[in-house]
Ligand binder design. Structure first.
Ligand code: AMP
Ligand code: GLY
Length: 425
């Protein structure tokens, strides 16, 4: 069969890499793709309107479309493809609200008794300010809508919280995404990412993973899309796993079906493991990035039938056969100097082949571009250097070996990916 993947980041490179291993797959297209993806799939331009891509997919007899990022899901790409009789993996527009509106997600959690941080939502700056003053403790201030992972601002002091609210509601730093603001209690604990596939009823958990959101070592600096990841995440014990499935995952999927918004696709739950148990920090409606880069190398089974089963509502029939590699995986993101603030692009990258040649190492491209003869930087997160090995310690070491083989001016990466897991050893 022919497959179309939508997106252009490290997550999509990992997805294409995994899908290409399926004996069911004859050819993969990627819109728009990146130079790494272009080594295994044919890149096609992303047209201005979804309908143009859907019509192309009909004419090319595309059997499955896999949507990587949240923005096209929130804008209804799956609906457009479905209307044309195409199979597209991911939630439709109504279900993607779970990520596209934090207030929507909060209301769903409150209604279904799903553990999460206490919150209030405001559209009015005066009321928001009065609430913060009255609350008088650290909060997290969040733009309601999609803000490319940048719409969450810690308000550790009264002043910081007020500035964040003003930035979102008045200065409109995130545009319409900031028409309302969610103010949350601060949760204390260790974070973990919990990924499940769901067909709207049945939920198939992936192995655990954890990312590192802060830009610098020791979880300092600024919030980013993710500077690295590893799997398994030992913080998710078997007991916690069951707890998350019973108290969070199933009630969420059932809650969505109950309000006529059946959720099919990837449910990614960002968790905080607090003293009072796991609590939801956020929901995403797609694979995590860089988490996908450590999950797919660990999946032994063919991904294609699982994605199709989510669309066809037959996931339970496949669940018993899903197998994972015992090896651990680690991904170190190499970013452009300055990221998440403005950075330079067009910087020549060398050593990619040397890194790929190291046993167990895969270099996934994220923000790369191609000039006349070189692979160059073209984004904030440039590469995800991923390695698998018998244990986490070795996987991390190998990933850093890969990183040392790669050079580009001003490259920035964290030196402590996986440190929490190693501290547990
Ligand atoms: P989000 O985009 O909602 O995942 O938020 C980005 C990051 O901010 C999370 O990964 C957490 O590290 C942090 N965060 C968000 N909300 C909270 C909260 N209520 N308490 C503590 N940390 C939070
Ligand atoms: N790594 C966090 C995310 O994908 O949202």
């Amino acid at each position: 069969m022919k497959i179309l993947v939508i997106g252009q980041g490290g997550r999509e490179h990992a997805l294409v890499w995994k899908l290409a291993q399926s004996p069911l797959v004859e050819k993969i297209y990627c819109a728009p793709g990146n130079p790494g993806i272009a080594q295994i799939a044919e890149s096609i331009p992303m047209p201005a309107r979804f309908i143009e891509l859907a019509e192309w997919a009909v004419s090319e007899d595309i059997a499955l479309t896999v949507v990587g990022p949240e923005a096209p899901l929130a804008e209804g790409i799956v609906d457009t493809f479905r209307e044309r009789g195409l199979k597209a993996f991911g939630p439709d527009k109504r279900a993607a609200r779970l990520e596209a509106s934090k207030d929507f997600a909060k209301q769903l959690m409150v209604k279904n008794g799903i553990p999460t941080a206490a919150h209030r939502t405001f559209t009015d700056i005066e009321k928001a300010m009065a609430y913060i003053e009255d609350y008088n403790a650290p909060v997290f201030v969040k733009a309601d809508g999609l803000a490319a992972g940048k719409g969450v601002i810690p308000g550790r002091t009264f002043k910081e919280a007020l500035q964040a609210v003003k930035m979102i509601l008045v200065d409109k730093a995130f545009g319409d995404a900031g028409d309302s603001v969610v103010i949350e209690e601060e949760l204390i604990g260790e974070e973990a990412s919990f990924t499940v596939l769901t067909d709207g009823t049945y939920c198939l958990p992936f192995v655990s993973s954890q990312d590192h959101k802060m830009s610098h070592d020791g979880d300092t600096g600024k919030n980013t899309g993710g500077m690295g990841a590893y799997s398994p995440a030992p913080v998710i014990t078997p007991k916690l796993h069951d707890d998350v499935m019973q108290r969070i995952v199933y009630p969420t999927v059932k809650g969505m079906a109950d309000i006529g918004r059946p959720f099919k696709g990837v449910l990614y739950v960002g968790l905080m493991i607090t003293d009072a148990g796991p609590k939801v920090v956020e929901f995403n409606c797609r694979f995590g990035d860089p988490e996908a880069q450590v999950l797919f190398p660990r999946l032994k089974s063919d991904l294609v039938p699982l994605l199709i089963a989510c669309i066809d509502e037959t996931l339970e029939q496949h669940a018993a056969d899903v197998q994972w590699h015992d090896e651990a995986a680690a991904c170190v993101v190499m970013a452009s100097g300055g990221y998440p603030d403005p950075y330079q692009t067009g910087v020549v990258i060398t050593g990619l082949e040397d890194a790929d040649a190291i046993e167990g190492v895969n270099v996934f491209h994220a923000g790369t571009g191609q000039d006349s003869e070189n692979i160059v930087t073209d984004g904030g997160r440039v590469l995800g250097v991923t390695a698998v090995a018998g244990g986490l310690h070795d996987a991390i070491q190998r990933a850093y070996q890969g990183v040392s083989a790669i050079q580009f001016a001003d490259a920035h990466f964290r030196n402590d990916i996986g440190y929490r897991a190693l501290e547990r050893d």
